[in-house]
Design a protein around this ligand. Structure first.
Ligand SMILES: C[S@@+](CC[C@H](N)C(=O)[O-])C[C@H]1O[C@@H](n2cnc3c(N)ncnc32)[C@H](O)[C@@H]1O
Length: 261
């Protein structure tokens, strides 16, 4: 299966697609830094570093139409995220980029489409955007199945809910993938309690791991690396450090008392 990754960012979805055997032929990304990271990690993919509004289906010239094509991607999601209380909704210009996605589906006519976004898209503007995306799929001839998945159910040490809409040009309905790690979740400690011990404001590019990797997950992340790179602890003012001290295991900012800040 050949893949096209729209709004590819640094390449998270492409990495997932490749691990499922997809040959990601093209990616589209306008941000310079995200594109540079993508290019470093996906050397066999043609990266189109442009605003998607200027990309046409005819840019994907070397797609072999005798093989199935999967178009996938997650348009910008900050405008649908419930953590964004500032410009969540129809006024956020980025929320309309899904139309570019649908336009390229219409121009490319892939066999499969996977659309990913935050769960907040379900409720933004009373479900208007969800309906618009689903209607858009239908209008260009695709059946669409949707589900919300929690990354913690699939071996990721984080609860992160994401909406997926899977479209098929051939009318095929798909089920949500079966969870792989409901009973044995990977905890954050299992994932990175081997990281270097750092103090407030430390930023050594390279530092020694604090202990040997204890778990399969940590071993897999560490791979052959002898040292840990890109360490950065933000330089927090003393009153911010004090605030952190109020947050218990499993807690968040709501555990911090409102005074005396
Ligand atoms: C939610 S992120 C995608 C994350 C990506 N799917 C991954 O797995 O890493 C959305 C991306 O869309 C890019 N983007 C935003 N507006 C764009 C535009 N007009 N044209 C192309 N890319 C755009 C952003 O730079 C950002 O990297």
């Amino acid at each position: 299966m050949q893949g096209i990754d729209l709004f590819s960012g640094a390449g998270g979805m492409s990495t997932g697609a490749e691990s499922c055997g997809v040959n990601v032929r093209y990616a589209v990304e306008s941000d310079r830094d995200a594109a540079a990271t993508f290019a470093l990690n996906h050397k066999n993919t043609t990266l189109i570093k442009r605003d998607i509004r200027s990309v046409k289906g005819s840019h994907f010239t070397s797609i072999d139409r005798s093989q199935p094509v999967l178009l996938f991607g997650g348009p910008p999601c900050q405008g649908f995220s419930t953590s964004n209380q500032r410009n969540r909704g129809a006024d956020n210009e980025n929320n309309w980029l899904f139309r570019q996605y649908l336009r390229l589906v219409r121009e490319v006519r892939p066999d499969w489409v996977v659309f990913e976004n935050v769960k907040g898209l379900l409720e933004t503007e009373g479900g208007f955007f969800l309906e618009a995306v689903l209607r858009g799929f239908k209008d260009v001839g695709y059946s669409a199945t949707r589900f919300v998945l929690n990354s913690a159910d699939y071996g990721v040490p984080q609860k992160r809910y994401r909406l997926f809409i899977v479209g098929s040009l051939h009318g095929i309905e798909v089920d949500a993938p079966k969870p792989t790690s409901v009973t044995e979740r990977v905890t954050v400690a299992q994932a990175f309690d081997d990281l270097p011990e750092l103090d407030n404001g430390d930023a050594p590019d390279e530092a020694k791991y604090s202990i040997p990797a204890r778990t399969q997950y940590a071993k897999r992340l560490r791979g052959a690396l002898g040292k840990c790179h890109n360490n950065l602890v933000t330089n927090n003012a003393p009153h911010i450090i004090k605030r952190y001290s109020y947050i218990p295991q499993g807690g968040n900012w709501e555990n911090i008392p409102s005074s005396p800040w």
